[in-house]
Design a protein around this ligand. Structure first.
Ligand SMILES: Cc1cc2nc3c(=O)[nH]c(=O)nc-3n(C[C@H](O)[C@H](O)[C@H](O)COP(=O)(O)O)c2cc1C
Ligand SMILES: CCCCC(=O)C(=O)O
Length: 390
């Protein structure tokens, strides 16, 4: 059967990946409440279409932070992508470029900044985790500048990892360690096992290791990355980052009007409203729920991007109608990657683009840039307020 949707790719990814990898990709914090809430928020919203408009030609392109995007979406940062496919970051970056979208490389990537740049001439952004040893971030930013990355996205919702039971059950750690459970998992997924052997064994956080300058000790560093986050990170870090980086700075992981306002006051260029795909704080709000209030407060001053639960072109239209400039895609491209490598990512991005254009036409809008709250049901604020996440 030809995959027709992101959900189809999710099913294929679930079959093809070893459980340890799929659970890491898919799982949410605690009992999955926030993960579900992200989908429910989109599903609450209904449209208000216009008919008898000439929609012969549609234009899905937008401009975000002065950069052209073929549609209002960005391939977002996800760490440890080498768990799904060898040279995963390079394939994601190439597919994003082919689709006319930027790619955000995670600082927890399994390919080097320099190798990803060599793979594509596309628009690359760097996502930064700030660790206790600030020299690591300084080195990564410098390397990204040298490799002609355009935007710095600092993630601020991860002083510690969220509560992820599945990773505890699976004994998930990098490098992957042999255990009876892992061996059984590998036997059930021989193709995945071969892929890992082909790439030389367990994926590693090579990017981080390069900036640490401790190549001999990559594995130990990868295993301890989460314990090394700078829990003392505060708003003072924005001034420090400004000194390191001339280009646009985006703060990822904002979930309140208060913090959005703070970011605007400090002069950052953009924010990503995000609950980290439901993987960090359990019972966090969904970004879509708070988007209207955030736009009221900072919409004139900042570029606002949202993520969490984007699985359909209609989701992209809803986010844009509520005022977001673009969405970040987290799991969706990874499902394509895990299912069939580069071709799978190309297809996932193609499906989203097609669905987005169909939605535009059915809404009676010719341009993505024309989408605003009039495309949504008049009661959309109530629809979001009534969210029931039982
Ligand atoms: C497997 C996985 C790894 C992630 N790694 C990172 C990361 O390294 N840095 C980061 O800022 N966000 C990371 N995220 C969060 C995503 O950037 C994004 O906020 C989230 O996935 C959006 O939700 P969605 O997956 O429902 O689209 C990760 C998400 C997933 C699913
Ligand atoms: C150490 C890698 C962190 C990746 C991440 O942000 C996530 O799993 O959500």
């Amino acid at each position: 059967m030809t995959p027709a949707s992101i959900a189809d790719y999710q099913r294929i990814a679930r079959k093809r990946l070893a459980r340890i990898a799929f659970d890491y990709l898919e799982g949410g914090a605690e009992d999955g409440h926030t993960l579900r809430r992200n989908r429910q928020a989109f599903e609450r919203l209904t449209f208000q279409p216009r008919v008898m408009c000439d929609v012969t030609h549609v234009d899905s392109a937008v401009t975000v932070l002065g950069r052209p995007l073929a549609m209002p979406a960005i391939v977002g940062p996800t760490g440890l992508n080498g768990l799904y496919m060898p040279r995963a970051e390079e394939d994601l970056a190439k597919a994003a470029h082919a689709a006319g979208l930027p790619f955000v490389l995670s600082s927890a990537s399994t390919s080097l900044i320099e190798d990803v740049r060599r793979a594509t001439a596309g628009d690359l952004w760097l996502q930064l985790y700030v660790q206790q040893n600030r020299a690591i971030a300084e080195s990564m930013v410098q390397r990204a500048r040298d490799a002609n990355f355009s935007v710095l996205m600092v993630t601020v919702d991860t002083p510690v990892h969220g509560v992820r039971d599945h990773d505890v059950h699976n004994g998930f750690k990098l490098p992957l360690r042999p255990s009876v459970r892992l061996m059984a998992d590998l036997l059930m997924h021989p193709r995945w096992c071969l892929r890992m052997i082909r790439q030389g064994g367990s994926p590693q956080l090579v990017n981080l290791a390069r900036s640490l300058g401790e190549r001999a000790n990559i594995n130990a560093q990868a295993a301890t990355m989460s314990r090394q986050m700078d829990m003392g990170l505060d708003w003072g870090a924005i001034a420090w980052l400004r000194k390191l980086w001339d280009g646009p700075i985006v703060v990822k992981g904002i979930l309140s009007v208060h913090d959005a306002d703070k970011a605007a006051q400090l002069g950052v260029d953009g924010i990503v409203l995000s609950n980290h795909g439901g993987r960090q704080l359990a019972f966090a709000p969904s970004p879509i729920e708070i988007l209207p209030r955030v736009m009221d407060r900072v919409g004139q001053r900042l570029t606002v991007i949202v993520d969490g639960g984007v699985r359909r072109g209609s989701d992209i239209a809803k986010a844009r109608a509520l005022g977001a400039q673009a969405v970040l895609l987290g799991r969706a491209p990874l499902y394509g990657l895990a299912a069939s490598g580069r071709a799978g990512v190309d297809d996932v991005l193609g499906i989203l683009r097609r669905e987005f254009e169909i939605t535009l036409r059915l809404l009676g809008r010719c341009q993505a840039a024309q989408l605003d709250a009039t495309a949504l049901d008049d009661g959309h604020r109530d629809q979001l307020a009534r969210l029931d996440c039982s």
